[in-house]
Ligand binder design. Structure first.
Ligand code: ZN
Length: 369
């Protein structure tokens, strides 16, 4: 994630801190100070936030370590003002595994609360008669209740909260993954609506959370049905094999001509059949300004995306469409085709509509009448 720095490593996983989290610390320190607090109370407020976020790191670590047991590694854990974010390389789809991975985070907070409760009990903090004010101001009681809040909040059965995954995992035991996700997403949206309406009367912060939940639910449902649609398809199914390309030493004015005549606004540049990179329309315009129209085409190359192999699963291809809308398919550095978001979409459509015009094989084999 941009604007974040490594602050250490726990169990081999990088822990990163985001700039906005530092800003939050400054904000809390400043507001405690301007509220007329002493240096001591400012430090206490900051310590509270730090211990709270340590709980968040342990929560994320709970997810990461259980995921590791099932063979899924975690790229890093980032601290944001809204909590922690553990980036798993891949989410387990097997219901039992998803259930354990999703449940592990909140469970960590329950355990922290339980341990704190026992320690405070032994220390006599809850001795009768109870002084409610001093109890609510007790540093460790605040940490305890914050951990309970974290556990309860994360178990709300709505994506992107852990509870949404727990619910989906339970449903997946009885039905297929896509249907389970759709139901879990709808439950999440229902909760978001209730939360949003309640927020208007109680706390504007709830309205914000409701929006977050609403979009999280939709995004999860969409990405799951997309993944299901792409299941079993490879680059071979989405290959665009007819396209124009330019030689590395071809002058830029002829590249411009080719773009104009063919309407193909991303042209692969090759040298003796070897793929070098793409010239997009904007790259060409910039290069014409910079080096003139007689310069060789390779000087205008703007992106050099990683090449795909024919047997690469399409589910792995989607995340790579970020930098370039077109991806090269290579066989030993030789360019054999292109893949675009549109061609991926077509291959999905063909999968659900067999015997369509695109299915040349069937047409050829059909007996003539
Ligand atoms: Zn979690």
């Amino acid at each position: 994630m941009k604007w974040s720095w490594n602050i250490g490593k726990i169990a081999g996983i990088d822990v990163r801190i985001h700039l906005t989290f530092l800003l939050l610390l400054i904000f809390i320190g400043f507001s405690a100070y301007s509220a007329g607090g002493s240096i001591e109370s400012v430090l206490l407020e900051l310590a509270f936030v730090l211990v709270l976020f340590l709980s968040v790191v342990l929560h994320e670590l709970g997810h990461a370590l259980v995921a590791r047991r099932f063979g899924f590694s975690t790229k890093d854990i980032t601290l944001l003002p809204i909590g922690g974010l553990a980036r798993l390389e891949k989410m387990p789809e097997e219901p039992k595994q998803e259930l354990l991975v999703a449940g592990a985070g909140p469970l960590v907070n329950v355990v922290i609360s339980g341990v704190l409760f026992v320690v405070l009990l032994l220390a006599g903090t809850f001795a009768l008669p109870l002084n409610l004010t001093s109890l609510l101001n007790n540093f460790w009681v605040r940490i305890l209740s914050a951990n309970l809040t974290l556990a309860v909040f994360n178990l709300i059965p709505a994506f992107p909260m852990d509870g949404g995954r727990v619910l989906r995992a339970f449903l997946s035991i009885r039905m297929d993954h896509v249907k389970a996700t759709r139901i879990a997403a709808n439950v999440g949206r229902g909760i978001a609506v209730v939360m949003g309406i309640a927020g208007f009367f109680i706390n504007p912060w709830l309205v914000l959370t409701a929006l977050f939940v609403w979009y999280g639910a939709g995004a999860e449902a969409q990405s799951t049905s997309l993944k299901a649609g792409l299941h079993g398809l490879t680059v071979r199914d989405a290959l665009v094999s007819q396209f124009y390309q330019v030689e590395a030493n071809q002058p830029l004015d002829s590249v411009f001509q080719l773009m104009m005549q063919t309407g193909q606004y991303t042209l692969p540049v090759t040298s003796n059949g070897h793929f070098l990179g793409f010239i997009r329309r904007s790259d060409l315009q910039a290069a014409l300004q910079r080096v003139g129209n007689r310069a060789p085409s390779y000087s205008a190359i703007g992106v050099e995306p990683k090449g795909l192999a024919l047997d690469t699963p399409l589910t792995d291809v989607l995340p790579q469409f970020g930098s370039s809308r077109v991806l090269p398919v290579l066989d030993n550095r030789a360019l054999i085709g292109l893949v675009t978001p549109e061609s991926v979409q077509q291959s999905m459509w063909l999968k659900t509509h067999p015997n369509q015009p695109g299915d040349y094989q069937t047409e050829k084999d059909a007996p003539s009448t």
